[in-house]
Ligand binder design. Structure first.
Ligand code: OVV
Length: 404
């Protein structure tokens, strides 16, 4: 690490050569997070010419200051003020108030905790049925047979999507989350795999393809009520398709991976399945699906002793905030008894995950269905990583499920 003395800066700014989108970093980001956090409250990443924050305090501060750290210029590396967005910007993710406020009001009503309570029985039935089948099977791939199957069933059902072609959602989500990073090989491969399903995705956003009164149709109802325009409705449905599946697939995959690697923690859960919600929450802190998001500096400002300039990009390491020893006790230890609240896995502030109630419910229902049936999880083969510029993702986790 170098410390460059800038005349205009009182403190030396740590300048690092780390590439957070390299294969080495994405394969195991956690040792790099230590380096980033220890270097200072804000660091400069030479390779991309961006700021980065990796400590809990600064990640929280950036996420809660939406006026200075805006989203409308994109929440990836690309700056929409100077570069053409990869796809038409999301009306909620890549927006600031007042546009964001309108979109957010609709989605948070559709995904409210009350609605989530009402669909819980359906989501639970699916979790229990699937788990019966997997325990019967004994030897399963947690990713391909469970983590990818469950969210791909329950969430599109709630949206009101057709059965046909749902696996296309995985290719789309994979591409969207890769697109927040640089145009590296990981991104290029994801785009190539997604091209064939591009039209299918946009077609599913049309009202005639959404079951009446499902989440998707409810967006069109909001447009009828004048909250947004009819042209905006399919774009908000697109947000469900972008953010609603890959996130929970990897959240569930990472949770079970952590439990399989910490048999003592799994024992606690198996002894008391009512701890499923706490176990899932801790897995979000320990190894969250969404590792990073960017913001853009809206106007020249000083932050943590550093002079930032309008239009500069700031990379926030959510998953690093979640293991910051300045905030957590023994952060490297996965402990389902810990109070994990305050983690940044869902972000925070006005852009904090609008689907978090449904995501938590999916995680809880899967872990509780597992704990009720399975005494022990044995990893039977090397887990395979699927590298993604934003998501912490496994492609395969072969296990043997030993019943009670
Ligand atoms: C949170 C999130 C991730 C990816 C896409 C979107 C949102 C969207 O709104 O399209």
């Amino acid at each position: 690490m170098q410390f460059a003395q800038d005349n205009t800066q009182e403190n030396a700014i740590p300048r690092l050569d780390i590439d957070p989108f390299s294969e080495e970093f994405l394969t195991d980001p956690y040792p790099y997070h230590v380096e980033l956090r220890d270097a200072g409250p804000v660091v400069w990443l030479e390779k991309y010419g961006i700021w980065a924050v990796a400590r809990h305090e600064q990640v929280h501060a950036v996420m809660t200051d939406w006026q200075n750290f805006i989203s409308s210029a994109g929440v990836g590396l690309a700056n929409f003020r100077t570069e053409k967005p990869f796809r038409p910007p999301s009306l909620i993710l890549e927006a600031d108030p007042p546009q964001h406020t309108r979109s957010r009001a609709i989605l948070s009503r559709i995904l409210s905790p009350k609605v989530v309570m009402q669909i819980k029985a359906d989501f639970q039935k699916e979790a229990e049925t699937l788990m019966d089948k997997l325990v019967e099977q004994g030897e399963v791939d947690i990713i391909k047979d469970l983590a990818e199957v469950y969210p791909l069933k329950v969430f599109p059902d709630a949206l009101g999507l057709t059965e046909e072609g749902r696996e296309n959602l995985l290719l789309y989500g994979n591409m969207v989350f890769n697109a927040f990073g640089p145009r590296n090989k990981i991104f290029q491969d994801a785009v190539e795999r997604y091209e064939p399903v591009r039209d299918w995705i946009m077609t599913q956003c049309q009202r005639e393809n959404l079951r009446p009164n499902g989440f998707g149709d409810q967006i069109y109802q909001a447009a009828e009520g004048g909250e947004i325009t009819m042209e905006e409705a399919p774009m908000l449905v697109r947000s469900f398709l972008s953010a609603g599946v890959d996130t929970t697939v990897n959240g569930i995959g990472n949770a079970i991976h952590a439990l399989a690697e910490y048999p003592g923690e799994y024992d606690k859960l198996a002894a008391d399945p009512s701890r499923a919600r706490a176990a899932f929450e801790e897995s979000l802190r320990y190894d969250g699906a969404v590792q990073t998001f960017f913001r853009t500096v809206n106007t020249d400002l000083e932050f943590a002793g550093v002079q930032m300039r309008e239009n500069q990009k700031v990379l926030t390491f959510l998953a690093s905030a979640n293991r910051d020893p300045r905030h957590w006790e023994n952060p490297e230890v996965f402990d389902i008894d810990r109070k994990a609240t305050g983690h940044m896995a869902f972000g925070t502030g006005i852009h904090g995950c609008v689907g978090q109630a449904i995501a938590r419910m999916e995680g809880e229902l899967v872990l509780s269905a597992l704990a009720k049936r399975v005494k022990r999880i044995e990893i039977t083969g090397e887990p395979q990583r699927r590298l993604n510029n934003t998501l912490r993702s496994l492609g395969s986790l072969p296990v043997r499920l030993i019943p009670h």
